[in-house]
Every structure is written in C-alpha cells, then in structure tokens.
Ligand binder design. Sequence first.
Ligand SMILES: Cc1cc2nc3c(=O)[nH]c(=O)nc-3n(C[C@H](O)[C@H](O)[C@H](O)COP(=O)(O)O)c2cc1C
Length: 168
Amino acid sequence: MAKIIVFNGAPRKNGATASLIQAFTESAANSGNEVREAYIQGMNIQNYLGCDVCMKTHKGCVQKDEGMAKIYEDLTWCDTIVFASPVHFAYMTAQLRAVVDRMWAWFNLPGNFGAKRKTVLISTSRGGDYTAILQQYGMYAMLGWEDIGHILGAGKENEAKALGASIK
Ligand SMILES: Cc1cc2nc3c(=O)[nH]c(=O)nc-3n(C[C@H](O)[C@H](O)[C@H](O)COP(=O)(O)O)c2cc1C
C-alpha cells in the first residue's frame, strides 16, 4: 500500500486536470492506497524567498505559512508524489512551481536529502505539447526520485484510472 500525495496545481477546481486527478485518486484509493490531495490554489503558500536560512540552520523554512506547513508534513508522510498541473505558457502553473521551490527547505532538514520517493506527472493542455513541462518535471531525477508514469492530455481518465490502480 502506497501513501500518495497529489500536489494539485490547477487553479480551476472542475477543469480538465481536476478530472484526471479525480480518476487517478479514486482508482488509487480503491486499490487500497492512502491518498491525500493538496489543492494548492486554496492554501496559504507564499513564494520561495531565496534567503538560504534553511541551508544554514537545517531547521526548515523561515516562512510559517500554514499551507506550506501542511505540504512539508505531506512530503514527510508520503512515498509517492503526483505533480498535477495544466500547461500554462508551456510550463507548470505558478501555484505548483511555488511548492516545488519551497521543497528546498524540506530537503535541508536532517535526513531528507536522498529520501526516496516515486513521482507521477498529470497534465493537460490545449495544444498537446508537453516538452517543457516534462523537462521541468525532470527535477525528479535530480532528486534521485523514481518516475513511475505520466498522464498527459485532457480526457485520458481511463489511463489515469489504470495508473492509479497500478500503484502499490
Ligand atoms: C494562462 C494560460 C496559459 C496557457 N498556456 C498554454 C500553453 O502554453 N500551451 C497549451 O497547449 N495550452 C495552454 N493553455 C491551455 C490549458 O493548458 C488547457 O486548457 C488545460 O487543459 C486547462 O486545464 P484546466 O481545465 O485544468 O484548467 C493555457 C491556459 C491558460 C489559462
């Protein structure tokens, strides 16, 4: 049984990305996995500051926003992370990008750098070009994490269900 956190970077609550997320999470939960979802747009999450204090103190982020505190807890709890976002100007949304940058403070906590996680990318776009967002998502490799699948394209709920069901 996996512990899955979905970082939902889609601003639209009922859009094409949300529909893929729903198909994936329902199927993953029905297969016995524990699934959490963070709807980033609805959370108090500030942008990365670049202060580097977390690198010196190894005591986490100086910003005490409760949305990001929940994300840090989810990062520690999970073994699988789903990065979900529509393509906005070729890349992930600013909402999701803020979370990715803020993960830096979590990596600087003792024992977290090198922690193993599996990752998934869920995305939708109008034009169907996922080159840039895939490149951005490539951070999983920099972090030593393992990519276990992508769902790219509105309407691919069946693929999302199959991937959700395959996670153990
Ligand atoms: C601000 C903005 C920028 C977008 N940029 C792109 C883009 O660069 N390439 C593309 O194919 N679609 C782009 N789109 C279209 C969305 O990616 C597409 O409609 C997506 O399925 C919306 O997902 P949602 O329903 O979950 O919001 C953009 C949409 C918005 C609102």
